[in-house]
Design a protein around this ligand. Structure first.
Ligand code: MN
Length: 205
């Protein structure tokens, strides 16, 4: 059974950056839907015993094409949104510190450059998808974007996302309409860098 994470803030807690109706719809409709559909498909494909990370790394071993596609889309949706909703907070740390801050400076020169590069990927993703900050076990950082509900785990090359920006229109359209750039800019005001640092710590060896 794959469980949707519990939010430790209210739907309206991220205002004015992310509006309450978007948060409620995103969490109770979209994320709940991905979770339900993943559980159904994983049960049918008899892969529901796998931790979600393992499942996403081994999609190609699922023989039934319909189930494989469903698990890719809904398993990606499930994993991505668990990551996304956990790393937002009304009162989190708004800039990285510690080991992750050092790594960001090392890889991207400074936090500002990092933000610009990640923003560029988020805005450049045509249609629905995600922009990612990921890490490997040596602590190396990577930026990327992917379509649909795909994520870097699906490449199974040792890279794990530690921060994801959802750029599906359902993440911002009610408030920002077609202005994805405004949403992405505001998104940096709700990132809790303590959570991202915890994610980083879990990936590195
Ligand atoms: Mn979404």
């Amino acid at each position: 059974m794959y469980n949707q994470i519990k939010l430790n803030y209210e739907f309206d807690a991220l205002q004015p950056h992310i509006d309450a109706l978007t948060m409620e719809t995103h969490y109770t409709k979209h994320h709940t839907g991905y979770t339900k559909n993943l559980n159904e498909a994983a049960l049918k494909a008899q892969v529901d015993h796998l931790p979600i990370e393992e499942l996403l790394k081994t999609l190609e071993t699922i023989e039934d094409e319909t189930l494989r596609k469903s698990i890719r889309n809904n398993g990606g949706g499930y994993y991505n949104h668990n990551l996304y909703f956990a790393l937002m907070s009304p009162d989190g740390k708004r800039v990285p510190d510690g080991k992750l801050a050092l790594a960001i400076d090392e890889h991207f020169e400074d936090f500002q450059q990092f933000k610009e590069q990640l923003t560029k990927l988020a805005l450049g993703q045509f249609g629905s998808g995600w922009a990612w900050l990921s890490a490997d076990e040596t602590g190396k950082l990577y930026l990327s974007s992917s379509p649909n509900q795909d994520n870097p785990l699906m490449d199974n090359n040792g890279i794990t996302p530690i921060l994801g920006i959802d750029v599906w229109e359902h993440a911002y359209y009610l408030k920002y309409k077609n202005l994805r750039a405004d949403y992405v800019k505001e998104f940096f005001n709700v990132i809790d860098w303590d959570v991202v640092a915890d994610n980083y710590q879990r990936v590195i060896k």
